[in-house]
Design a protein around this ligand. Structure first.
Ligand code: CMP
Length: 145
């Protein structure tokens, strides 16, 4: 895992539905302020049960979300470019509900701290609303699973 400054031209930014209503400069600012983290195939990004202090948006590649119970692995979802994860622990205060690992050769995720996400949610209510909606749907899916 390594962090690198998100620099260069801004015309190559990924399309992220969660942020589609953000003004362009707010969107660019996010990429300037937050580290882009890269993971190789199978590398663990989040561990189920751990404390959550950040939120992630997939900028390249894809990830697998899974739970581990009694040594058995249960896949919950595969998430692709533009999707996000890590919102549940931040919204609920609960430990990470699942583990997340890189499922591609070059997975790049923008790591948004809890503090930055809280500020963004306050200044852009549609972002907060979308996060809650996804959190609710995922919680429900996991209970039914
Ligand atoms: P969090 O609990 O913080 O950390 C693990 C993340 O996996 C969780 O937030 C969600 O973002 C994601 N996640 C959990 N369950 C599902 C699911 N059923 N579908 C998609 N993503 C999920």
């Amino acid at each position: 895992e390594e962090a690198e400054p998100t620099s260069g031209t801004w015309d190559a930014l990924p399309s992220i539905p969660l942020f589609s209503d953000l003004p362009r400069d707010a969107f660019i600012q996010l990429f300037e302020r937050c580290p882009l983290r890269r993971f190789g195939p199978g590398e663990r990004i989040l561990a189920q049960g751990s404390h959550g202090d950040a939120f992630y948006v997939i900028c390249e590649g894809n990830v697998r979300v899974f739970r581990e119970e009694d040594g058995r692995r249960q896949d919950l979802a595969t998430l692709e470019v533009g999707a996000f994860f890590g919102e549940m622990a931040l919204l609920s205060g609960a430990p990470r509900a699942a583990s997340v690992e890189s499922a591609s050769d070059d997975t790049q995720v923008l790591e948004i701290s809890a503090a930055v996400l809280a500020t963004l949610s306050r200044s852009h209510p549609p972002v907060a609303k979308a996060l809650k909606k996804f959190c609710r749907e995922r919680l429900l899916a996991n209970v039914m699973n």
